[in-house]
Ligand binder design. Structure first.
Ligand SMILES: *Cc1c(COP(=O)(O)O)cnc(C)c1O
Length: 398
């Protein structure tokens, strides 16, 4: 785990994305962080070895616990989120599950929303109840209902905003306060927004988690997860993770770090592109609905405008004609990977039936408010005119 040492006169996020966390690991005048492929770290002096091994002195002992390249990655995310402490994991799901398993015990109660990421949702419906943890999932945008559920008692309130794939937005300041009124730990999945667009800790959240696989890395070439926030909680998560063993690999940490240098540039461009694409789709007669928090037609647009600096690169839309229309439309696109990923420099498209909600039946998706004609669109950094021209020709070729 990585903890803050510096003072807080913070430069802009664009600067922090480039420089944050790197200086103390540059070796032999290299300007770039090394990939330290070493399982263990050796000490000739027993007393020094003992001090590092027992956490009295700083340093690395064994790669399952800590690694210099991984530490820089943790530190960069920590700095970008304005957090005091950070720890990482092999994937986003490892970060989320390690955090929940570390902080909850049989008899604990979790409250969350129905629209969490598919894997998270399975933790809530399948794995946590199996060990005696009570989970209550509330309608995502019914803030009154979430508040009154929390008021009934809650150890951990788990939020995610914007949500996948329908881009619903949760009122962070309001719900975080409700959680804290009950003494609950409030944890937020900030994967879709990124720290460039939204900083849940600044609204009072205790923990922020990311699938670094998505926007943080941004190049669809490395899996990773990270959780930042209150040092006492991060310490517990780190302790669980070092034993559980879902450690982030140094090569993946390097790729994520390299990707993060352009995080601000990419995310800003993706949000601009997404906004333009969403506006275009909203005016198209083959499209019955567009979900993008930046559109004034979005039901929580005001909430998003209050708590987000940008509206992000993710959107989804419903095609007139259901799944048949999706099947006819998607193959014609030239500038979109048809894949289950998101947040990369390339535009990625996919229906929930093969991406976020692959494990549900059509009826279950309908119940979750996910129509069969929905398509999720993760906007890349391409020229926006090319994206809109591509969508136009795909509609025309249907
Ligand atoms: C992808 C994703 C996850 C899981 O991350 P992995 O790196 O795939 O394990 C969690 N939350 C959100 C919002 C995601 O998009």
């Amino acid at each position: 785990m990585t903890e803050s040492t510096e003072s807080t006169n913070a430069p802009s996020p664009a600067t922090l994305a480039v420089w944050g966390g790197e200086d103390r690991y540059l070796v032999d005048r290299a300007t770039q962080v090394p990939v330290v492929h070493s399982v263990s770290f050796g000490y000739s002096d027993f007393d020094e070895w003992y001090d590092v091994a027992t956490g009295v002195a700083e340093g690395h002992i064994y790669g399952r616990n800590t690694n210099p390249t991984v530490a820089v990655f943790e530190d960069k995310v920590r700095i970008l989120e304005g957090a005091e402490a950070a720890t990482s994991a092999a994937t986003g799901m490892a970060a989320i599950s390690n955090t929940l398993y570390a902080l909850l015990k049989p008899g604990s109660k979790v409250i969350s929303v129905k629209d969490t990421y598919g894997g998270t949702s399975l933790l809530f419906t399948e794995f946590l109840p199996a060990i005696g943890i009570e989970v209550e999932l509330i309608d995502t945008t019914d803030f009154d209902a979430i508040e009154s559920a929390v008021a009934g008692g809650c150890d951990l309130l788990y939020l995610e905003t914007p949500t996948n794939p329908t881009l619903k937005v949760l009122d962070l300041p309001r719900l975080i306060e409700a959680g804290h009124d009950q003494g609950a730990i409030v944890m937020v999945d900030n994967t879709f927004a990124t720290p460039i667009n939204q900083q849940p800790l600044s609204h009072g959240a205790d923990l922020v988690v990311h699938s670094a696989t998505k926007f943080l890395g941004g190049h669809a070439d490395a899996l990773g997860g990270v959780v930042v926030g209150r040092p006492d909680l991060i310490e517990a998560v780190y302790h669980y993770r070092e034993i559980n063993g879902a450690t982030l690999d140094p090569m993946a940490a390097y790729l994520l770090l390299r990707g993060m240098k352009t995080l601000h540039l990419r995310v800003e461009r993706q949000a601009q592109n997404a906004h333009a694409v969403a506006s275009f789709l909203e005016g198209h007669d083959r499209v019955t609905r567009v979900n993008y928090p930046g559109l004034s037609s979005h039901p929580q647009h005001d909430v998003a405008a209050r708590q987000m600096k940008g509206f992000g690169g993710m959107l989804s839309f419903t095609l007139d004609g259901g799944l048949d229309a999706v099947k006819k439309f998607i193959p014609h696109l030239r500038y979109a990977h048809r894949a289950a990923n998101l947040g990369s420099v390339e535009t990625i498209i996919g229906p929930p039936a093969t991406t976020s909600h692959v494990e549900c039946t059509p009826e279950e998706r309908e119940m979750l408010g996910i129509p069969e004609g929905l398509v999720r669109y993760s906007t890349g950094i391409e020229g926006v005119d090319d994206l809109i021209a591509d969508l136009t020709q795909a509609f025309d070729s249907m």
